[in-house]
Design a binder for this molecule. Structure first.
Ligand SMILES: [Zn+2]
Length: 445
């Protein structure tokens, strides 16, 4: 078999998202197979790459790494808009009833996951950390649609919405490590739902299991005041101190939210190298509060960005997440200097890669890294003129600007169209479940 020719993306405005925030006003990038082999100014492109190469002129486009969404529940795409104007705890009761109505079916989980992945890819997200029931279905769907998925076994002490009980969580998680641990586009870990839904033993077991396999560990943590109260009543301490005492804060741990954390808790996160997934829209919409992002940054905590599921934020738009991260903390602290555009962009790219332990492979466009990249249109009225492309990406760009998306060198979105899945069939399958969900909620006592 003859090897595939190099792909060259030429004449692009390149925002590399590397540590120095390097931008090439007119640049080129060479991709061989799954990896970037060269990137730099157009005029410096070595002629040796040109022979037999597939060349794409990206004049008038921004070329940048695909976004990394570090906290989502893609399967919840099936329930978007179903429950509104409630705080987390009351909201969860309705969510779990709706999930329980249809998620005993693994096939339905797969439809939900595929729908979420389609939305993410079309919006320029190429990697996602996802917590959901029947994660085997998520991995299979991710493989088919071509997105990079970090997921794994969920831990949950009460009966789960997948119809399974606590006793099988460890074995199910183990099976996922066996099936997907060595698959190219997958990161496998364990994901206990939260300290209020999983007891100390489950959390410890999940962490030990993930470390045995060299995987990640992720959990919802310190999202609301009620959660803090629950943990205080049960264990006489706060959420982060509780997790610290269980020994699960580490450079392999990703804590979603961390809205209600005090100084000593932030110190614990910093000292242990624990990563935080900030979900600004979810925190705002559920009335959870404002995460102390600037104070966490000041301690050197690695802050990543997530959308949370599409019922807490109603979409999984990482551009909105970035824009909110770069604005709400200015307002909350009355300090326009906090969370710069460069920091917000790194939260959605390089910091996510770091939290996945994949800084050498993902999160920026550099030679030797995987070719996960996107091309954005910049000829719209909201993009002209453009004094600073990074400011544009954080404050003005949006999902509608994403024209092409590549994951590991494979084009998965072309000219705003998903190339790897039958989207009309997928949305029809999702709509077909609506009646069942509504009926379950109406039948509630
Ligand atoms: Zn969540």
């Amino acid at each position: 078999m003859t090897p595939k020719p190099h792909q060259i993306i030429e004449n692009a405005l390149i925002v590399t998202c590397d540590c120095d925030h390097t931008v090439f006003a007119k640049g080129a990038m060479v991709v061989a197979g799954t990896d970037i082999v060269w990137i730099g100014p157009q005029e410096a492109l070595p002629a040796t790459f040109l022979s037999g190469a597939a060349r794409q002129d990206a004049e008038g486009r921004i070329l940048m790494p695909g976004l990394i969404n570090m906290h989502a529940h893609c399967g919840d795409s099936l329930f978007r808009g179903l429950v509104e104007n409630l705080p987390l705890e009351a909201w969860l009761q309705t969510v779990w009833t709706a999930e329980g109505a249809i998620l005993g079916s693994a096939e339905n989980c797969r439809i939900g996951a595929s729908l979420g992945f389609a939305e993410l890819l079309l919006g320029g997200t190429t990697s996602v950390m996802d917590m959901f029931w029947h994660a085997d279905q998520s991995f299979a769907a991710a493989r088919d649609i071509g997105i990079c998925l970090a997921s794994g076994g969920i831990y949950f002490d009460p009966p789960g919405m997948d119809g399974y009980g606590a006793q099988r969580r460890e074995a199910d998680a183990e099976a996922l490590f066996q099936a997907y641990g060595d698959v190219g586009l997958a990161f496998v870990g364990t994901l206990p739902h939260g300290a209020y839904t999983v007891g100390p033993e489950g959390i410890r077991t999940a962490f030990a299991q993930s470390r045995r396999h060299g995987g990640f560990f992720s959990i919802h943590a310190a999202e609301t005041r009620v959660e803090q109260q629950t943990i205080a009543e049960r264990y006489g301490t706060s959420v982060i101190r509780h997790l610290s005492a269980l020994g699960v804060l580490s450079p392999y741990s990703v804590l979603a939210h961390c809205v209600h954390v005090d100084d000593a808790e932030m110190d614990l996160l910093a000292e242990t190298g624990t990563h935080v997934a900030h979900n600004p829209l979810s925190n705002l919409k559920l009335g959870s509060g404002f995460a102390p992002v600037a104070a966490m940054q000041a301690r050197g905590i690695n802050l990543t960005l997530g959308t949370d599921g599409p019922i807490s934020g109603n979409d999984m738009d990482m551009w909105l997440a970035m824009r909110l991260a770069a604005t709400i903390h200015k307002g909350a602290s009355e300090d326009a200097a906090v969370v710069s555009t460069r920091e917000a962009l790194h939260m959605a790219t390089l910091n996510g890669a770091r939290a996945l332990g994949a800084e050498g492979r993902l999160g920026s466009l550099e030679a030797g890294k995987r070719a996960d990249f996107i091309l954005l249109d910049i000829d719209g009225p909201h993009a002209s003129p453009m004094f600073d492309p990074i400011t544009h990406l954080v404050f003005s760009a949006g999902r509608g600007d994403v024209r092409d998306v590549y994951v590991a060198g494979r084009r998965v979105v072309g000219d705003h169209r998903l190339l790897t899945s039958d989207l009309p069939a997928l949305t029809a399958a999702a709509r077909a479940l609506q009646g069942q969900i509504t009926a379950a909620l109406e039948a509630r006592p």
